[in-house]
Design a protein around this ligand. Structure first.
Ligand code: BG6
Length: 476
């Protein structure tokens, strides 16, 4: 029997995000956000991917973010349950349009400000540390429609104003900040990732990388602001992680895997090393992309992050010609199906060793402390006749990933903590479903929005509670 004990002070936690839980989309003075325009059902994909210019609310469509899991009204009872589980750290995000309904105001909406004071105080009352993401896939729709959102350099200033407000108001509670959730997702799911859509005449590639550049500048300026207004906190960047394996040892596949990896990690280069990596000049040139970059941008990039955070659900597999094999669309980035690995009910590859590999890849390249801020299994849960939910499959998944992560630490990778995604069931970002559940706390709501919203502990609740108590997995 082997135990897997983590270093003292290791932070086991749980994560949610404002856009997938809060609901109350038009309460408390909150403004419309890009996320509020992404319907459930057949039209979801085209809106998410930015293929629908100027999306609007369509009568008859169901928009899951409008109600979420009603966290806005139930946060107190939810935080109490998470405290009972013993979470050392709780991750959530601040809805930008709850603080700045249009995004271009200079002073924030006081009701929005008050909500996060109450939420963060509730967490601190239970001694939970906070990890707060400034933008988790959201941007006020007013900025998108009136300023072209991240396509426009002006959005940097609006974001920095939002960030400064957060640091001044909540720096007293929050130990860890992240500027953008999975910043690399902007390239793969532009509207859901960052509120970007494209008109038929627009050069999508050019606009995507220019928008990403603006987000990177905004991130570096937010780092600078945090050092001024919340100097005792730490701040990190975040990507959707998962190393790229070559499909075969054909050098063409190996080369493709290298390129795919670079398209993910250049975001970390800028945020953690302070500049674009050498190969991006060639990439931009070959793809006819011209990044408008000022001297001030280059200076700003010197504000590098304290830690590198990443989500890990799956590894990816790269092949030079994807038309030759079956594709795997799990977790946003399309890659080839890996014949050696099983997948979840939603086709996401399950690869615990991939977490150890990813940790080592990121650390050897950036040499900053790492933080696993999302991991988990999206699965359908059944309520038994006696009311219990026996999610042994979720326990198995987490166990294997925690063990692999432990091995990564033994390899020498400094890891601040492990945060389980969707610790309370929430709306799926990719599909808008409720039935794709990650939680250790069940929420009674279905894919069409029906349900009592009652919370119920799953079997994994007690299991994770014990893991946190033992600071690792102790085989009994
Ligand atoms: C990450 C996102 O990509 O994956 C989360 O940061 C998301 O917002 C999570 O919910 C799981 O993805 P999905 O599509 O199963 O909800």
């Amino acid at each position: 029997m082997t135990d897997f004990i983590f270093p003292e002070g290791f932070l086991f936690g749980g994560a949610i995000a404002a856009n997938q839980t809060e609901g109350a989309w038009n309460e408390g003075g909150r403004g419309l956000s890009n996320i509020d325009l992404i319907p459930h059902g057949a039209n979801r994909q085209s809106v998410k991917l930015g293929k629908v210019p100027h999306p609007t609310l369509v009568p008859g469509e169901y928009y899951p973010s409008h109600t979420g899991i009603d966290f806005y009204h139930r946060y107190d009872e939810d935080i109490a349950m998470l405290a009972e589980m013993g979470l050392k750290v709780f991750r959530t995000s601040i809805s930008w349009s709850r603080l700045f309904p249009n995004g271009d105001e200079m002073t924030p909406n006081s009701e929005g400000i008050a909500f996060y004071h109450k939420l963060f105080q509730a967490c601190r009352k239970h001694n939970m540390e906070l990890l707060v993401t400034l933008a988790h896939f959201d941007i006020p729709m007013y900025l998108v429609e009136h300023y072209q959102g991240w396509k426009n350099r002006q959005t940097i200033d609006f974001f920095v104003n939002f960030a400064e407000t957060c640091f001044k108001e909540y720096g007293q509670y929050v130990k860890y900040w992240i500027t953008f959730n999975e910043i690399n997702v902007v390239l793969h799911s532009p509207f859901s990732g960052a509120g970007l859509y494209f008109e038929a005449h627009e050069n999508k590639q050019q606009l995507l990388y220019q928008a990403a550049h603006h987000m990177l500048v905004a991130s570096s300026k937010a780092v600078h602001a945090m050092r001024e207004y919340a100097p005792s906190s730490q701040i990190g960047c975040m990507i959707a992680g998962g190393s790229f394996y070559p499909y075969s040892c054909d050098p063409e596949d190996v080369f493709k895997a290298m390129q795919d990896e670079r398209n993910n990690t250049f975001f970390v280069d800028v945020q953690a090393k302070g500049k674009y990596p050498y190969y991006m000049d060639k990439f931009f040139e070959e793809n006819g992309i011209v990044i408008e970059q000022t001297e001030d941008d280059i200076v700003s990039f010197k504000n590098t992050v304290d830690f590198v955070a990443f989500s890990y659900y799956a590894s990816r597999t790269s092949i030079a010609d994807i038309s030759k094999v079956e594709a795997n669309e799990g977790n946003i980035i399309v890659s080839a199906k890996n014949p050696y690995l099983n997948t979840s009910e939603w086709g996401w590859v399950i690869d615990p060793l991939g977490l150890r590999i990813t940790m080592n890849h990121i650390y050897e390249r950036f040499e900053k402390p790492l933080f696993v801020v999302e991991n988990g299994l999206g699965a359908k849960d059944e309520i038994e006749a006696d009311g219990s939910i026996n999610d042994g499959y979720r326990i198995d998944y987490m166990k294997q990933h925690i063990q692999a992560m432990h091995a990564g630490i033994q390899d020498g990778v400094p890891l601040i903590g492990y945060i389980s995604w969707g610790v309370i069931d929430l709306v799926s970002a990719s599909t808008g479903e409720m039935s794709k559940r990650y939680g250790m706390i069940y929420v009674d709501k279905d894919n069409s929005g029906e349900g009592t919203l009652e919370r119920r502990k799953k079997k994994s609740f007690e299991w994770y509670k014990q893991v946190i108590k033992d600071n690792g997995i102790v085989e009994r």
